[in-house]
Design a protein around this ligand. Structure first.
Ligand code: 5AD
Length: 346
C-alpha cells in the first residue's frame, strides 16, 4: 500500500479505485507511513504552527431535520437559545484577550438571523476587531445572502458537503435537502471570494469506502481552503440513535490523505475527535491537522449545542483552558500562535 501513498504524495490525487484500495487495504504500517508524510508536508508550509479559532455557537434553533444531528428541528427535547449581538461581542472581547484572531459564528439554520441581523453582527465585530477574521458556519443560503455577508466583512465560510454521493446524502437528510444544493452553495461561496471550508463525517450510517473515495474526488474538484472531518457520533434523540459511531483510526487516516492531497489546507483537529478519544485532538495534529477551534460560547449555552452525545463542552477543549491546550501542543512539538491564520498559497 505504500506505493499508493508515494503516488498520492507525488500526484496529489489518485483514481477512485486507488483511493478505495488505499483506504480499504490500510494497516498500521501504511498509516504510520502516511502520517509521517502528512506531518512533513504540513511542516513545509505551516511549520509547527497551530492556528486557533474561537468558536461561538450562535443559535441552536434549526429548521432542518438532518437524521444525524441532535439539534434537528424535530428534537423537542432541546432547550433552544439565540445569542444577542452584545453577547457575541462579549465572546469576541474575551477571545481577543486570550489571543484569538479568528471568530467562527456557527449555528443551526435559524431564520431569526435574517440578512439584516446577520450583517449587523458581522459589521459590528469587524468594526471592533479589524485585525480579526470572521468565519461563518450557518448552513445553506442564497447567493444574494452570502454576497451580503461577504460585503459586510465575513472572510470565510464553513459548510460541510457531508457526503458527495447524492444517494448517500438522501439517506442522511430529508428529501427537501439535496446534495446538489449543498454543492451549489459551496461554489457560490467560492465565487464570492470566501475562503471556503467543506468536509464530511467519517463512519456515518450507510457510508462505504467508495463514498469516502467520492468525497475525496469531490474535494479535489472543489479545491477548498479548509476541510473539517470528524467521526459520526450517534445522538440518542435522532433517527440514528442506534447507529455505530465512526472510528478515530479511520478519521485520522482520512485526515492524513487530505493533507497529502492539499498541502496548504487548513485542517481542524475537531471537537468530535476529542470527544471519542481523550488524545484525539493531539492525534489529529500528528496526522496532519493544523487548526484547533476552542469553544468561546457563553458557558450556559454550551451544553445546549449538543449535535451528538457526550460532546465535550466545558473541559480542555474550551477557551478557558487555552493555556492547557498550548501545553498539550508544546508537548507534541507544536505551537499555538496568535494570528489570523489565513490560507497560505503554496
Ligand atoms: N456526529 C458527528 N458530527 C456531526 N455533525 C452533525 N451531527 C453530527 C454527529 N451526530 C457534523 C456535521 C455538521 C457539523 C456542524 O457537525 O458534519 O456539518
Amino acid at each position: 500500500m505504500q506505493h499508493l501513498v508515494d503516488k498520492l504524495l507525488k500526484n496529489k490525487t489518485l483514481t477512485k479505485e486507488e483511493f478505495v484500495q488505499l483506504i480499504a487495504g490500510r494497516n498500521p504500517e501504511t498509516s504510520e507511513y502516511l502520517f509521517k508524510n502528512a506531518r512533513m508536508v504540513r511542516e513545509k508550509i505551516y511549520g509547527k504552527d497551530i492556528y486557533i479559532r474561537g468558536l461561538i455557537e450562535l443559535t441552536n434553533y434549526c429548521k432542518n431535520d438532518c437524521y444525524y444531528c441532535g439539534i434537528r428541528h424535530a428534537n423537542k427535547n432541546v432547550s433552544r437559545y439565540r445569542l444577542k449581538k452584545e453577547q457575541v461581542l462579549a465572546c469576541c472581547e474575551q477571545g481577543y484577550r486570550l489571543g484569538f484572531r479568528t471568530f467562527v459564528l456557527q449555528g443551526g439554520e435559524d431564520p431569526y438571523y435574517n440578512v439584516n441581523r446577520m450583517t449587523d453582527i458581522i459589521r459590528s465585530i469587524k468594526q471592533r476587531f479589524p485585525d480579526c477574521a470572521i468565519t461563518l458556519s450557518l448552513g445553506e443560503n442564497t447567493y444574494e445572502t452570502y454576497e451580503a455577508y461577504r460585503k459586510a466583512g465575513a472572510d470565510r465560510y464553513l459548510l460541510r458537503h457531508e457526503t458527495a454521493n447524492p444517494l448517500h446524502y438522501a439517506k442522511l437528510h430529508p428529501s427537501i435537502m439535496s446534495s446538489e444544493n449543498r454543492k451549489r452553495c459551496l461554489y457560490d461561496l467560492k465565487r464570492l471570494g470566501f475562503q471556503v471550508g467543506s468536509g464530511f463525517m467519517v463512519g456515518s450510517p450507510f457510508q462505504t469506502v467508495e463514498h469516502l473515495a467520492e468525497d475525496l474526488l469531490f474535494l479535489a474538484e472543489l479545491n477548498p481552503h479548509m476541510v473539517g472531518i470528524g467521526p459520526f457520533i450517534s445522538h440518542h434523540e435522532t433517527p440514528f440513535a442506534n447507529e455505530k459511531s465512526g472510528t478515530l483510526e479511520l478519521t485520522l487516516f482520512m485526515l492524513a490523505i487530505l493533507r497529502l492531497m492539499f498541502p496548504s489546507l487548513l485542517i481542524p483537529s475537531t471537537t468530535a475527535l476529542g470527544t471519542i478519544d481523550p488524545f484525539g485532538r493531539e492525534q489529529g495534529i500528528l496526522s496532519g491537522a493544523n487548526v484547533v477551534m476552542p469553544n468561546l460560547s457563553p458557558l450556559d449555552v454550551r451544553e445546549k449545542y449538543m449535535i451528538y452525545d457526550n460532546k465535550i463542552a466545558t473541559g480542555l477543549e474550551s477557551s478557558e483552558y487555552l493555556h492547557m491546550l498550548k501545553e498539550q501542543m508544546r508537548k507534541i512539538g507544536y505551537e499555538v500562535v496568535v494570528a489570523r491564520g489565513d490560507y497560505k498559497k503554496q
